[in-house]
Design a protein. Structure first.
Length: 164
């Protein structure tokens, strides 16, 4: 179990949050994770994406598994001209976790976090706790208890379907 995975479980336990841990075959995309754990609605899967601003700041965007991030909206909110995906090496450096299993919290480095409010419409959310072979299930409102001051946003262009 990685340092990040231990940190996540400690945080959930210290906040007295009930959660379920699901073990499964290794998965590397939101779509495959939803299939493997039998999610009917891929939107309940939390896609945790690390971006880098033009100025070199790293940010985290939490989005439903079946949606693409509106990078223009996040750029405006972050007051930067553009954001782009951090490289796999950068993601590992700032989170302590390889791409494909980045959790929504518990990272090596504190990251400014943007939360798509569409996630809160789900009763339960699912995310990788820093492992390709495990998924955590918890109530959506409980995610707010462990995130440090997330910047909440609504994505207007919900037709932007697709999982990375």
């Amino acid at each position: 179990m990685s340092f990040v995975e231990k940190k996540i479980k400690q945080s959930l336990t210290s906040h007295r949050i009930e959660f379920e841990e699901i073990e499964h075959e290794a998965v590397y995309t939101s779509h495959k994770a939803a299939q493997v754990i039998g999610l009917e609605a891929e939107k309940a899967g939390v896609k945790s994406l690390v971006f880098k601003t033009k100025e070199g700041r790293f940010i985290l965007v939490l989005n439903p598994g079946n949606k693409k991030v509106d990078t223009k909206k996040i750029s405006q909110m972050e007051d930067t001209k553009s954001i782009y995906f951090a490289s796999p090496e950068e993601v590992l450096k700032v989170t302590g976790i390889p791409i494909g299993s980045v959790p929504p919290f518990g990272h090596k480095t504190r990251l400014r976090t943007y939360l798509n409010e569409a996630l809160l419409a789900c009763d339960y959310l699912y995310f990788n706790p820093g492992s390709h072979t495990r998924t955590i299930k918890l109530k959506s409102e409980d995610l707010l208890k462990v995130l440090e001051n997330p910047i909440r946003f609504q994505q207007v262009n919900e037709a932007d379907e697709g999982g990375e």
